[in-house]
Design a protein around this ligand. Structure first.
Ligand code: C2E
Ligand code: MG
Ligand code: MG
Length: 715
């Protein structure tokens, strides 16, 4: 026997941390959850052993060290099957595999006669309670282990004693309450532990019907329960309060084997129930936010769907995914990310009603379930309320962090009939919301699935189109807001496919990005645009600029800078005429050296433009770190001009700061003279939008923009 000396014990018990095994296998960002779990386990009176799907022991508490007579460091190196006798290892192993596949699996072959093996080889009879628990996405099982040797000894001793030979001394020393009755259920004896547990004197109990010790009268049917199985119920104390007990009923027999009465053996299980409640809570809630987790969500959805089916109602599932959460976590740290999640969780709970459920699926995904709705319109109203309640931005450590989410909604029975189906469809819709620029809601629609399949079709058609040079470039005019004069063009990809028809860039650019075709596409557009720019400059006789969009994927390619250089040289275009439109995402990306590429562009002499500004996460202050020449205010802000005061403030702030920093500001999506007036008044420098003209092919540019060459006053 490897006795763990006291000194060693204390050392292992001192720090509650038992890592590293759990930490090693945990997904990033879940260590806080693990830490909380450790503290709770350490405080529980039972031995606790947490096991991963391979059976590896990943977490134990001090009680487990005592029960298994093995130090923590050794336990953490063991497999759970090392803790059971050799003869039951196979059964245990089989059961574990089934349990991880389906935690409701019945323990077969290992349910009874369970033994734990101590490091000295001694077998301890145990009882275990299993709880599935998920940390991050990883499934674990948390076993609470109770040493039942004492209880078994008591039971065995009692079972072999006849009523007449009940010895007061034995009863007196027993830690469990023992109440003996005759065949009619009248109490004939009770031990001191009963007196302590219930507050009665033995003399007060003797002669009473045994029913008086139960909170609910179970007394008459003692015979029915004399099976040796433990049942959980409540005893009523003398003062009227109740206590939870585990009770075993044993028949008492005389020498001839005739049953002469019964023993009710009860033990206080308050502590055990507390642990169970705690563990159940942990298994059903998310540690960070305290919201119900995926397990609870699924149960809730099953019930909600059942009910809706009976009442002919609808259930709506809204899936929210925080925008750019990874960036927040990576660039500002996990504690900022956690605060953001907490804030969002709070808002969601505040905005939802009694019967609604807000759950966290893990990471940056939340789900809201609305039930009891009859019309789709009702669902819409509820979802709109959530969307309106999201804070937009939150301040953590004096930093403004963008707190928006992309949301997908699926409705029972319209879009799915099982929890899994609804989650999947809400997920598809949510990805649509992301693709549509984030911070919005999309409702599931079956065509989305077809579109998903379309992606494959689309990417192979795109590959062909690129090889055959089917893609063209359209040029949209850009004007000086002060004079209304033409100053340049933005090059926009156009694809008129012989098989698919006109495919808009918002559809094929994401496919090109996912399939890696964006590099080829980007280079084609860049080369074409540079060549056409030379033509346009000659034609109009003014030093027009040409803006080309750059995908983050292109930006991260090391060869890209030399592609830009060679496109300029081959076309013979002045580098100062080329504007490269990047998105805020590029600047936020830590994966590659943004500064080096931007400096390279500056060295070439090209201009750097931040496109769609205001959509993403970066603050103006953040932009000052980069050599940005121009900001294009996202067309969504321009669209809302004159309708929302809040956006006016944003536009004012953007203008004031970028001018102070020496950047030019352009407005995208200008469609009305009112917008022009507004923007001009505030000092916005440039504009682009349907008011001045949409993107047209090179051959039509001349006619499309002739009116802009000398400027126009009414625009
Ligand atoms: P973007 O760079 O923000 O381009 C401006 C988009 O706004 C264009 O859509 C343009 O047609 C549209 N637009 C212009 N004026 C107005 C207006 O007054 N009102 C409204 N509602 N919209 C206006 P388009 O051509 O569909 O391009 C969509 C996006 O696709 C572009 O947004 C850009 O991000 C991307 N894209 C287009 N061509 C390329 C390309 O060659 N390479 C890359 N990487 N992305 C491209
Ligand atoms: Mg652009
Ligand atoms: Mg734009």
């Amino acid at each position: 026997m490897r006795v763990t000396s006291d000194g060693e014990r204390r050392r292992t018990r001192e720090g509650v941390r038992s890592g590293p095994p759990l930490d090693e296998i945990l997904p990033a960002g879940t260590s806080e959850e693990a830490e909380r779990l450790r503290l709770i386990l350490e405080a529980t009176p039972n031995a606790m052993v947490m096991v991963d799907r391979t059976g590896g022991i990943v977490l134990v508490n001090a009680q487990a060290e005592v029960l298994f007579g093995t130090g923590r460091a050794d336990l953490l190196r063991m497999n759970v099957e090392d803790l059971v006798p050799r003869r039951s290892r196979d059964a245990h192993h089989d059961y574990r595999r089934r349990y991880f596949a389906d935690p409701s699996a019945r323990p077969m072959g290992i349910g009874r006669d369970l033994y734990g093996v101590r490091s000295d080889g001694v077998e301890v009879p145990i009882e275990i309670g299993l709880n599935p628990i998920t940390i991050g996405e990883e499934p674990f099982v948390l076993a609470s282990v109770i040493d039942i040797s004492e209880r078994l000894a008591t039971q065995t001793a009692l079972e072999t004693l006849s009523r007449d030979s009940l010895r007061r001394s034995i009863l007196a020393s027993m830690p469990c309450s023992v109440v003996a009755t005759d065949l009619d259920g009248l109490i004939v004896a009770a031990n001191p532990a009963t007196e302590r547990l219930l507050g009665y004197l033995e003399t007060e109990l003797v002669g009473q019907p045994v029913g008086c010790i139960y909170a609910v009268d179970h007394g008459r049917s003692l015979r029915l329960h004399a099976s040796g199985d433990e049942r959980e119920l409540e005893y009523r104390r003398r003062d009227g309060s109740t206590v939870a007990v585990g009770e075993v009923i044993s028949p008492v027999t005389d020498e001839d084997g005739e049953v002469t009465g019964y023993l009710a053996i009860g033990f206080d299980i308050t502590k055990r129930l507390e642990v169970q409640a705690e563990v159940t809570y942990l298994a059903n809630h998310d540690a960070l936010t305290g919201l119900p987790n995926r397990t609870t969500l699924t149960k809730h959805l099953v019930d909600a769907i059942h009910q809706a089916e009976r009442l002919g109602e609808r259930v709506a599932l809204l899936l929210l995914d925080v925008d750019h959460f990874k960036r927040v976590n990576d660039s500002l740290g996990h504690h900022v990310g956690d605060r953001l999640l907490l804030e969002l969780a709070e808002r969601l709970v505040e905005t939802t009603g009694e019967g609604d459920l807000v759950a966290r699926l893990g990471g940056d995904e939340f789900v809201v379930v609305f039930s009891g709705l009859s019309e789709l319109e009702d669902v819409r109203a509820r979802v709109d309320r959530i969307a309106a309640a999201l804070p937009g931005a939150v301040t953590v450590d004096n930093r403004e962090v963008l707190a928006t989410a992309s949301m997908g909604c699926a409705v029972y029975p319209d879009h799915g009939s099982s929890p899994a189906h609804m989650l999947k469809n809400a997920d598809i819709a949510m990805y649509r919301a992301k693709a549509a620029g984030r911070n919005n809601v999309r409702w599931f629609n079956p065509s989305m699935i077809a579109d998903g399949n379309d992606k494959l079709v689309l990417s192979s058609a795109l590959q062909q189109a690129l090889d055959r040079g089917e893609l063209t470039v359209a040029y949209q005019p850009q004007v000086d807001l002060g004079t209304g004069r033409l100053i340049g063009f933005e090059a926009l990809s156009r694809w008129d496919s012989p098989t698919l028809g006109i495919v808009p860039p918002d559809r094929f650019i994401p496919v090109a990005e996912d399939s890696g075709l964006i590099a080829q596409l980007g280079e084609q557009v860049l080369r074409q645009a540079c060549k056409d720019a030379v033509v346009l400059r000659e034609e109009f006789g003014i030093p027009l600029r040409i803006a080309v969009n750059v995908s983050p994927r292109q930006f991260s390619r090391s060869t890209w800078l030399s592609e830009v250089e060679s496109a300029l040289t081959d076309a013979g275009l002045d580098p100062a005429a080329l504007e490269l439109e990047i998105t805020e995402g590029v600047l936020m990306d830590d994966d590659h050296d943004v500064h080096a590429v931007l400096d390279g562009l500056k060295a070439i002499g090209a201009r750097i433009v931040v496109d769609d500004f205001g959509q993403g996460y970066s603050s103006l202050a953040y932009l000052t770190r980069f050599p940005v020449d121009k900001l294009k205010i996202d067309r969504e802000f321009v669209r809302r001009i004159a309708t929302t005061d809040a956006d006016a403030a944003v536009i004012d702030a953007i203008l004031a700061m970028s001018h102070a920093l020496g950047m030019t500001v352009a407005a995208e999506g200008v469609e009305t003279p009112e917008q022009v007036l507004y923007l001009r008044e505030r000092g916005c420098d440039e504009a682009q939008g349907f008011l001045y003209g949409e993107g047209v092919p090179l051959v039509r540019v001349h006619d499309a923009v002739a009116a802009l060459v000398n400027g126009r006053t009414n625009r």
